[in-house]
Design a binder for this molecule. Structure first.
Ligand SMILES: [Zn+2]
Ligand SMILES: [Zn+2]
Length: 102
């Protein structure tokens, strides 16, 4: 096993996402069931998952509100794309662990 010394280069062949923790970064929203988790609702493409972000992309929020206008009135979280119930946080965390493992 080798490490590339953190040059920051993006390896397109790599299937896994990188987990980052940057509270200053803007978080983009993805559908919890999307395959793969790369393109956000606003169209932004990313190869990282930032679980520490404190700010959410306004364009992503606008797109979610457009797809699901009553998103804030749902008794439990629903997917804006297919309107089915979102997986539990536990399921999402398991998915995150799968996505970031090499
Ligand atoms: Zn976005
Ligand atoms: Zn979803």
């Amino acid at each position: 096993m080798t490490t590339d010394g953190g040059t920051g280069s993006v390896q397109l062949a790599s299937a896994s996402l990188r987990l980052t923790a940057d509270s200053d970064e803007i978080a983009h929203l993805v559908c919890c069931r999307d395959q793969p988790w790369r393109v956000a609702f606003c169209g932004f493409e990313s190869d990282t998952i930032n679980m520490a972000a404190e700010h959410v992309c306004g364009m992503c929020v606008a797109e979610v509100e457009r797809l699901l206008p009553d998103v804030y009135e749902q008794p439990s979280p629903r997917c804006p794309k297919d309107r089915r119930l979102c997986p539990t946080l536990f399921e999402v965390e398991k998915r995150v662990m799968r996505e970031v493992s090499p």
